[in-house]
Design a protein around this ligand. Structure first.
Ligand code: ADP
Ligand code: MG
Length: 224
């Protein structure tokens, strides 16, 4: 999947300006960069919730995609029902939902109203929902930002498994370079709406080519 000439302007300010970015099928991508660098805008454009200046959509070449936003919505129904939104809702889906909720330790909240969940619990619910969509491309905006470390590792294992078992391409934003190192095959570094550098995660992290990437890694490189 290739992105070409994506531009988004807000209030006369160019927020996103990407000439070209390619995503290889079946890989896990981590998108990193400082606050305001345009990461969420990029993923929103990909998800189709934000239009580019020229109103073009990203071409997924017929592949299905699911999007987990940075702020997740809990519909006013049980956690379980929220999780099953967008899935087939058959017995198999219900079983998978139960097992995913258990893995993330929100199974005890299955019958609780989802609007009562904490931030971290809401993120877990949204991750379950996104995974159960069975989409071929998952767009995840800081999926573990509100989770504790144990939950983060459980969420990473789920993401890894979806990638491995269904071959889904994962495109996720993260502020944790150690998470990027643990989970991703490829790293995309963004600054001021542009892709500064992208490539294999280990390579970019150990031998960055661009000065901006080096500066970013020196600043944020202490493991978090
Ligand atoms: N709907 C909007 N209207 C105006 N400015 C926006 C809007 N959405 C995002 N921005 C601005 O675009 C910049 C990039 O935002 P965002 O893509 O959310 O960054 P990131 O996810 O990398 O932190 C920010 O400066 C933000 O204030
Ligand atoms: Mg963001």
């Amino acid at each position: 999947m290739k992105i070409n000439n994506l531009k988004k302007t807000y209030d006369k300010k160019v927020i996103l300006d990407i000439d070209e970015l390619e995503f290889e099928e079946g890989k896990i991508y981590a998108i990193v960069g400082a606050n305001g660098s345009g990461k969420s805008t990029l993923i929103r454009v990909m998800a189709g919730t934000v239009v580019t200046d020229d109103r073009r959509k990203v071409d997924f070449c017929g592949k299905t995609h699911a999007y987990m936003p940075q702020r997740n919505h809990a519909f006013k129904m049980s956690t379980e029902k929220n999780v099953l939104l967008g899935s087939k809702k058959d017995d198999a889906a219900k079983e998978r939902a139960a097992s995913l909720m258990k893995e993330l330790k929100i199974d005890g909240l299955a019958k609780a109203g989802a609007h009562k969940l904490s931030g971290g619990e809401t993120a877990k619910m949204a991750l379950c929902r996104t995974v159960l969509s069975d989409a071929q491309i998952l767009l995840l905006d800081e999926p573990t930002a509100a989770m504790d470390i144990e939950s983060t590792l459980a969420a990473e294992e789920i993401i890894r498994r979806v990638n491995r078992e269904s071959g889904a391409t994962i495109i996720m934003i993260t502020h944790s370079l150690s998470q990027a190192r643990r989970l991703s095959d490829m790293l995309v570094f963004m600054k001021d709406g542009k892709v500064v550098e992208s490539g294999e995660t280990e390579k970019v992290l150990s031998t960055p080519e661009k000065t901006e990437t080096k500066e970013f890694l020196e600043f944020f490189g202490s493991d978090k």
